[in-house]
Design a protein around this ligand. Structure first.
Ligand SMILES: [Zn+2]
Length: 513
């Protein structure tokens, strides 16, 4: 992602390094090229550096010539490559190579080029690259650059970049305890999602970053199982309050909406299609002969998945791709005896104002002898469903396995529990729904500097209330449904975020005019 704006000269541990990062359109700043992602070429690159520096770059190292004044390195990419993926890094690298044999029996070399001071840490951090290659090639198809190599070159930065066959990996990320290991998986996975199948238009960058973030989730699932996978996705749904703007076009090319909401779209598609169809669809998409080593659009992806699954999918994907926000499902339920059974009536209401979503939702009704699971398909503003159970329900949960990106709020006659010392919590606003003023209520377990941020249902911050330093105990702060400049806000769902010292909690309030 954008950061170095082309070529950069700096130092590590006192030693000089030359490094590049050109995404999205800074390749033109350091070499002459037609700098668009959809005009791939085969590239031969010759680099002359002072004695003592080693050059890491894309493709195969064809030749090194040592002269009294310095060294020539000649690299060649024989697979087509986009300009933003061409890179060089040069410094006093130390490195090591490892042989790799793919699950299909093809051989290549893994090349690691790191700073002398970081070799020991890097050997720990990179030791599962082979396992990642096996996972992704078994899931998506053969590693696309198997005739060349996969490499990692350390550079001076806080992030990483998927330069084709030679990832640039920030010194900040090398810790010796695999703390950022999922980013190795992220950059490797870009070799399918970004380098093999490259976007045509930067507005569709979710085709790279949403996929690569989702591959971090797959790596997490591979290592630690289903629960860890679910936790990974859940963490990326919170994002404090929401995602600003749509996935296409993104407000910020490299923002949370591109990465996290993009990954959520694939997660939701998996939930909808089921594992067998979903993974076959990804495999077929990566194998599209019309686009491999070339360029794709979001519509190409959707058509490919439709081809695999035989299902029409624009209705499912478009509501998430082109519209900002997520649904807010408010629900409540009642239970009454009827003919010796328990009649459970569930009401689900889509409280957001930006659009109605059409989504399947799992419903889990808990009873004394275990859960009763079912699925509802919610398309209307208010959806009613009735169940007849042999046992009394004790609770109802929407989407218990977290397959849908959403906010949920169970409506009830909430009587707040008495204040518990040491607990900070946001209480239900009163009244809610409201017009024009509501009391935002909370309890502090310890004295804290308090801030209440209010966001609309597209994730835009509309107001900040700053009551300041408050003592332990219950508090209430009125909000008059006006923004920071005093203008009245429209009807809709607003998200209230309580920040109290290092703690935060969020809830929704509804303004009805
Ligand atoms: Zn990425």
């Amino acid at each position: 992602p954008a950061g170095l704006l082309g070529m950069d000269f700096t130092t590590h541990d006192g030693d000089p390094i030359v490094q590049t990062l050109s995404e999205p359109y800074f390749a033109r700043s350091w070499w002459p090229c037609k700098d668009v992602p959809d005009d791939k070429a085969e590239v031969t690159l010759t680099c002359f550096v002072p004695t003592g520096m080693y050059v890491a770059s894309n493709g195969q190292l064809l030749n090194v010539a040592w002269t009294p004044s310095g060294s020539y390195f000649v690299y060649q990419s024989t697979y087509p490559i986009s300009t933003y993926l061409v890179s060089i890094t040069a410094t006093n690298y130390q490195g090591w190579d490892e042989p790799y044999v793919s699950p299909a029996g093809q051989e290549m070399t893994l090349e690691y080029r790191v700073f002398p001071e970081d070799v020991a840490d890097a050997q720990v951090d990179f030791e599962r690259t082979t396992e990642m290659l096996d996972l992704f090639s078994n899931t998506f198809g053969e590693y696309p650059f198997i005739r060349e190599k996969f490499g990692m070159a350390e550079f001076v930065w806080e992030g990483a970049m998927e330069h084709q066959t030679m990832v640039s990996y920030g010194d900040f990320l090398i810790t010796g305890d695999k703390f950022y290991e999922r980013l190795v998986a992220h950059e490797l996975s870009h070799h399918w999602w970004g380098n093999l199948m490259t976007l045509t238009d930067w507005d569709e960058i979710w085709l790279h970053e949403g996929f690569a973030t989702y591959c971090e989730a797959l790596w997490t699932e591979h290592l630690d199982g289903k629960q860890a996978y679910q936790d990974f996705m859940w963490d990326r749904s919170l994002n404090m309050v929401g995602f600003a703007g749509p996935i296409i076009p993104p407000y910020n090319l490299f923002g949370n909406t591109t990465y996290k909401k993009g990954a959520w779209l694939l997660h939701m598609l998996r939930g909808y299609l089921g594992d067998a169809d979903f993974f076959q669809a990804l495999r077929d998409y990566a194998g599209l002969s019309s686009s491999q080593y070339g360029n794709v659009t979001t519509e190409d992806f959707i058509e490919s998945v439709e081809q695999t699954t035989g299902q029409e999918l624009n209705w499912f994907l478009d509501q998430w791709l082109y519209v900002a926000g997520r649904p807010t499902y408010e629900y409540n339920w009642t239970s009454e005896p009827e003919n010796g059974q328990h009649k459970v009536t569930l009401r689900i209401h889509q409280a957001q104002s930006h659009q109605l979503y059409s989504m399947p939702l799992d419903v889990r009704i808990q009873t004394a002898s275990g859960p009763v699971d079912s699925e509802v398909f919610v398309t209307d503003s208010t959806h009613w469903v009735t169940y007849y159970l042999d046992e009394a329900p004790t609770s109802v949960t929407l989407d218990p396995d977290l397959w849908v990106l959403k906010w949920t709020q169970e409506l009830a006659d909430v009587t707040p529990a008495p204040f518990v010392a040491g607990e900070t919590r946001l209480l239900p606003a009163h009244p809610n729904p409201f017009n024009p003023t509501t009391l935002l209520r909370f309890e502090l377990g310890e004295a804290a500097d308090v801030r209440l941020r209010i966001y609309d249902d597209r994730g835009r911050q509309v107001r900040v209330l700053e009551p300041g330093l408050l003592p332990v105990g219950p508090h209430r702060v009125p909000w008059n449904a006006r923004d920071g400049r005093g203008a009245p806000l429209a009807s809709g769902v607003y998200r209230v975020l309580l920040e109290a010292g290092a703690q935060w909690q969020a809830q929704s309030v509804t303004l009805i005019k």
